[in-house]
Design a protein around this ligand. Structure first.
Ligand SMILES: [Zn+2]
Length: 483
C-alpha cells in the first residue's frame, strides 16, 4: 500500500508547524518512493505558463518601462526565490528593489549584467529581501559592476529593546558599514583584479548608503566606505524623495510591517510609474502614494495566503481538529496580524483607488507562493472587491509598460547560464584603474595585476611548479618573477 506524506506525518508525528519541528521520532523511516506523490511534486502555475515567452536580451523601447519579477516568495522554493523586482527604463537606467536570497541566480539567468544592478532600494532589512547582497557586492566588481554600490533603505527603527531599553542602530547605514566590513577578506583578496573604471566616481567595492527616514521623510543621512565619493545623482530635493536624477524620481512612504522603519517605493519616469510595497499590512500610506498624479500604472503589492492554507502547507496536516494544525493556524494568524496584506485587503485597496478614479492599470500580488491551488482563491478574493486588471507574480514574469499598453510575459531562461558577457557600463570604454594589488614590474606576465601579492613566502614555497605538471602551459612558459 502506498502512503502519502500527509498520512506519513500523522503516523510519525514528525510534522513541522510554522518552521518549528514537533517532537517525536518516526516509528519507521519511509523511503521517498513510498510517498504518493511527494508533497508539492504535482503543483503547477498554469497562469504563468499560459503567458507568451520573453527572451532575455530583448531591446527595450525608448519610452518603455520593463518590470521583471526576479524573486517573488517569502518561502524559499525551487520555482520562486525570495524577493526582488528589477525595473529597467528606456533611457538606459535600471533599479533593483530588494535582493532576497537566491535572486542573483535569477539575475544571471535573465542575463542582467552587474553594471545594471548598482542601485538597490531596500524596502526593509529582512533576510528574504536582502539575502543576496553579499553575492552582488562581492562579484560585481569582477565583472562590469566596477562602480560603487548604492544602497537606499530605512533609518533606525527606534524601537527600544524590551530587556534593557537599547535603541539599536539598525538602519541601512550601519547595515551597509557592516556588509562592507564583513566582506573585507573577500574584497581585498579579489582586488588583485581591476575593480574600478577609469572614469567611475569610485571603486566597485565602495558602498554609498542613503538612509530614508520612515518618520520624517528625510533622506540627507548617508554613509560611505569612501568619504570622498560623490554620487552622480546628488542629494534628493525634498522629503519623501529617495532619488531624483536623469528624469527619474523614486519617492517613498512608510510601510506597516512588524517593526518601525519599513518602506514602500514609487518610481516615476517619462509619464510611467510603478509602486512596490515591500512587506506591509494594508495601510493608507499606500492609498496616498498610489493616488498621486493620475494614479500609478503598475501597483505591486505583497499579499499573503490565508492562515488555514499556510498552516496546512507548513504542517502537512489538513485535519482541522488536529492539535498541531491548530497551533500552526494560530501562529499563521499572528503572522498575518503582525505584518501582511490578506488577499481580500489587496482587492479592497484596489477598489478604494478605483472609487477615487485612481485605479492602477495593472495590480500585481507578489511575495506569494504562486501555484494553481493558491492563485485561484487569491484572484477570487481580490475580485470579490475589484474587477480591474490584476495578476499574481512568480519568478521570471516580465511586464512591459508603455503609455498605450501593458504586456505580461514569461521569461524563457537557461538553467546553465554563465555570468552575463560583455561590458555594458558606458565607462568601460575609458578602461580600468590598475588593481589595488598591482605589480608594475615589466617582467610580470600578468602586468599590472599581481595575483600572488597576498600570499606569504611560506605558502609560495609549497607551490608545485607549473612546469612539473604542464610544461606547455602559460604559467610554465611565462614564469612569474616573484616565484
Ligand atoms: Zn518579506
Amino acid at each position: 500500500m502506498k502512503i502519502n506524506r500527509r498520512d506519513a506525518l500523522k503516523l510519525t508525528g514528525a510534522a513541522t508547524v510554522g518552521g518549528l519541528a514537533a517532537a517525536g521520532a518516526p516509528e519507521k523511516a519511509l523511503a521517498w518512493s513510498e510517498f504518493d506523490p511527494p508533497w508539492g511534486m504535482t503543483q503547477k502555475n498554469s497562469l504563468f505558463h499560459s503567458l507568451e515567452p520573453f527572451y532575455p536580451g530583448e531591446t527595450l523601447g525608448a519610452n518603455e518601462m520593463r518590470i521583471s519579477f526576479i524573486g517573488t516568495s517569502v518561502v524559499q522554493r525551487q520555482a520562486q526565490h525570495q524577493n526582488s523586482v528589477f525595473v529597467e527604463l528606456g533611457n538606459g537606467d535600471s533599479f533593483v528593489f530588494d535582493l532576497g536570497s537566491g535572486t542573483t541566480i535569477n539575475y544571471a539567468a535573465m542575463q542582467v549584467p552587474y553594471s545594471k544592478t548598482r542601485k538597490v532600494f531596500l524596502t526593509h532589512l529582512h533576510g528574504d529581501h536582502t539575502g543576496d547582497l553579499t553575492q552582488l557586492y562581492c562579484f560585481g566588481p569582477c565583472h562590469d559592476g566596477k562602480s560603487p554600490l548604492y544602497l537606499f533603505g530605512p533609518s533606525k527603527s527606534l524601537v527600544p529593546d524590551p530587556i534593557d531599553g537599547t535603541i539599536y542602530d539598525d538602519g541601512v547605514r550601519n547595515f551597509a558599514h557592516h556588509l562592507r566590513e564583513m566582506n573585507r577578506w573577500h574584497t581585498e583578496s579579489f582586488s588583485f583584479l581591476p575593480t574600478q573604471w577609469n572614469r567611475a566616481e569610485g571603486d566597485g567595492f565602495d558602498i554609498f548608503a542613503t538612509e530614508l527616514d520612515w518618520k520624517t521623510g528625510d533622506s540627507s543621512k548617508t554613509w560611505s566606505s569612501n568619504p570622498s565619493l560623490e554620487p552622480p545623482f546628488g542629494p534628493a530635493p525634498g522629503p519623501w524623495i529617495a532619488y531624483q536624477y536623469n528624469g527619474v524620481t523614486i519617492s517613498f512612504q512608510p510601510a506597516v510591517h512588524d517593526r518601525n522603519g519599513f518602506l514602500m517605493y514609487r518610481l516615476d519616469w517619462n509619464g510611467l510609474s510603478m509602486i512596490f510595497t515591500g512587506d506591509t499590512k494594508p495601510n493608507t500610506f499606500l492609498l496616498d502614494l498610489a493616488s498621486q498624479g493620475n494614479g500609478v500604472d503598475v501597483l505591486i503589492s505583497e499579499i499573503v495566503v490565508p492562515p488555514d492554507i499556510w498552516a496546512e502547507r507548513e504542517s502537512g496536516i489538513s485535519d482541522t481538529t488536529n492539535q498541531i494544525y491548530q497551533t500552526g493556524l494560530l501562529y499563521a494568524r499572528s503572522i498575518q496580524e503582525n505584518s501582511h496584506t490578506p488577499q481580500k485587503a489587496f482587492g479592497y485597496i484596489l477598489a478604494q483607488l478605483a472609487k477615487a478614479g485612481k485605479a492602477p492599470r495593472l495590480g500585481i500580488g507578489t511575495h506569494f507562493q504562486a501555484t494553481n491551488d493558491t492563485i485561484k482563491p487569491a484572484l477570487d478574493d481580490i475580485r470579490s472587491w475589484y474587477n480591474g486588471p490584476v495578476t499574481i507574480a512568480t519568478d521570471f514574469m516580465v511586464i512591459n509598460v508603455s503609455k498605450t499598453q501593458i504586456t505580461q510575459r514569461r521569461a524563457v531562461v537557461s538553467d546553465y547560464t554563465w555570468d552575463t558577457p560583455g561590458t555594458f557600463d558606458p565607462r568601460a570604454k575609458y578602461g580600468v584603474y590598475p588593481p589595488k594589488y598591482e605589480d608594475t614590474n615589466p617582467t610580470n606576465p600578468y602586468f599590472p595585476t599581481a595575483p600572488l601579492a597576498q600570499l606569504d613566502e611560506s605558502l609560495l614555497a609549497a607551490v608545485i611548479p607549473p612546469c612539473d605538471y604542464d610544461p606547455t602551459s602559460f604559467m610554465c612558459t611565462n614564469p612569474y618573477h616573484d616565484i
